[in-house]
Design a protein around this ligand. Sequence first.
Ligand code: NI
Length: 133
Amino acid sequence: MALARFGVSLDEDLLKALDGFVVENNFPNRSQAIRHLVEKNLVEKKWQCNQMVAGAVVLLYDHHKGAITTKSNDIQHDYYDVILSSLHFHLNHDNCLEIIAVKGTAKRLTELSDKLIGMKNIIHGRLVMSRTD
Ligand code: NI
């Protein structure tokens, strides 16, 4: 894709913050960092829409901590209409990997995954989704 150049004016403080962001995230330059921020913002905006999407919520947690299995189950029952299936793997004595296949509006799936990933004691959580049409 052809690159277009444009000038950006920023307050000094904001520019300092941008440079900090570049260093922290190992971006090669400011352009790359700005590209990342714009894309992230656009994707998140899309996810708030009523577009039909399908994907999976992936959760990793220690099942001993804070009745998390019960909580996860309670949340999933509130969203039974968008959950296709779920897999639970007992990874070792402590940790569980849960993969929940989902299909519904981007907005509802984002809401579900925010609740699951936002549970206390989640070690790692991620939602991936893609348009179905
Ligand atoms: Ni388990």
